[in-house]
Design a protein around this ligand. Structure first.
Ligand SMILES: Nc1nc2c(ncn2[C@@H]2O[C@H](COP(=O)(O)OP(=O)(O)OP(=O)(O)O)[C@@H](O)[C@H]2O)c(=O)[nH]1
Length: 328
């Protein structure tokens, strides 16, 4: 030890800094015995260094994930390299309460942690330091931003009135299904459907009632779908449904079930008038002659048009020959 007063001063300053810095500092030896526990750690854990000195870290804090942390510590001793634990990988190592005024809503402190080898004068790693940074403010902001982005993403994909997928999103889904067919010949059918005489609904009962009809038809579609199917609002009162792994005949079961459910819906206006609506549906199954999704949509639309022409409130399967016997 030196008796040089300058060196002694510097040593005291360093000790003071270690004790008061707003970062947690813990030093442990290779037996996990605590050799240093600074002021930050004392304040947040509520345990004074005098109670911890030479105690085993994992006995003193049994809530620590011992298996995982020991592995990390061992590799620092072995490789003599720093190791970094990000809050995104693991929100905290030491579970401390969060007292930050800005992010008061966070239950615990988010931590970035560095494990650093401490070399003896002979170059041996006899201890390591665990340095804990409180990153709660930054973590909460990032989590809130992620959450806001998720909401924005959902909004940009959803039709506001019906909560079905909007046209752009739905077409992407159709694109994926089309690709699955081209790659794996995985069958799929497209259904385009439209509310019959919808202009008359608006004209007779008002635009707001028209919106209610669109919403309830959309809800009925959602209730009739399987999880793998994908429904979207294609335009005003026109919807598209992609039925994965479904032949034309099976798609017909779906459309007929849906058509009958819509028929049973009743609507009541403010002045107690009641009315019902019907839908027409066109089905087209993907096959090798179909070039792309625009072509597929146009063929399903042709079948829908035929359903309208032949009296509405029915399902029609598109076939190249497209004869009357396909009407239902
Ligand atoms: N209330 C409401 N009406 C809409 C909306 N989008 C489109 N429309 C109306 O839907 C009507 C569609 O009418 P048309 O395409 O002529 O067809 P239709 O009356 O349904 O008759 P068919 O399809 O031939 O059975 C138009 O009057 C549009 O103004 C919407 O979001 N809300």
């Amino acid at each position: 030890m030196t008796n040089n007063p300058n060196t002694i001063n510097e040593f005291h300053w360093l000790l003071d800094l270690v004790q008061t810095v707003d970062v947690g500092i813990v030093v442990i030896n290779s037996d996990y015995e605590i050799k240093l526990w600074n002021g930050f750690m004392e304040n947040h854990s509520g345990t004074a260094p005098s109670e911890l000195l030479d105690k085993n870290l994992f006995h003193a804090f049994p809530e620590l994930d011992a298996n995982w942390l020991k592995q990390k510590i061992e590799s620092v001793f072995l490789l003599k390299n720093r190791s970094f634990i990000s809050w995104e990988q693991r929100p905290y190592v030491f579970k401390f309460k969060n007292y930050r005024p800005i992010t008061g809503r966070a239950e615990h402190m988010y931590q970035n942690v560095t494990l650093q080898p401490l070399l003896s004068p002979t170059g041996k790693v006899t201890s390591i330091s665990i340095i804990i940074y409180d990153v709660t403010d930054m973590a909460i902001k990032k989590l809130q931003l992620n959450q806001a982005n998720q909401i924005l993403e959902r909004l940009s994909q959803t039709d506001e009135l019906t909560q079905l997928q909007n046209r752009r999103q739905w077409q992407q889904c159709l694109e994926r299904e089309f690709e699955r067919f081209t790659r794996y010949q995985s069958p799929a059918s497209l259904v385009m459907l439209d509310i019959d005489h919808f202009k008359a609904v608006n004209d007779n009962y008002g635009h707001q009632m028209g919106d209610t009809v669109i919403q309830r038809v959309a809800h009925t579609i959602t209730q009739t779908l399987r999880e793998t199917d994908c429904a979207g609002r294609y335009g005003g009162e026109e919807f598209g449904v992609i039925l994965a792994g479904t032949s034309a005949e099976d798609a017909l079961h779906f459309t007929e079930r849906l058509r009958k459910s819509v028929e049973t819906l009743t609507f009541t206006t403010d002045d107690e008038q009641t009315f019902s609506v019907s839908i027409s549906l066109g089905i087209c199954t993907i096959n090798d002659n179909i070039r792309d999704i625009s072509h597929l949509i146009s063929l399903a639309d042709k079948a829908l048009y035929r359903a309208k022409l032949s009296g509405r409130n029915r399902s029609v399967i598109y076939r190249d020959t497209d004869s009357e016997k396909n009407l239902h």
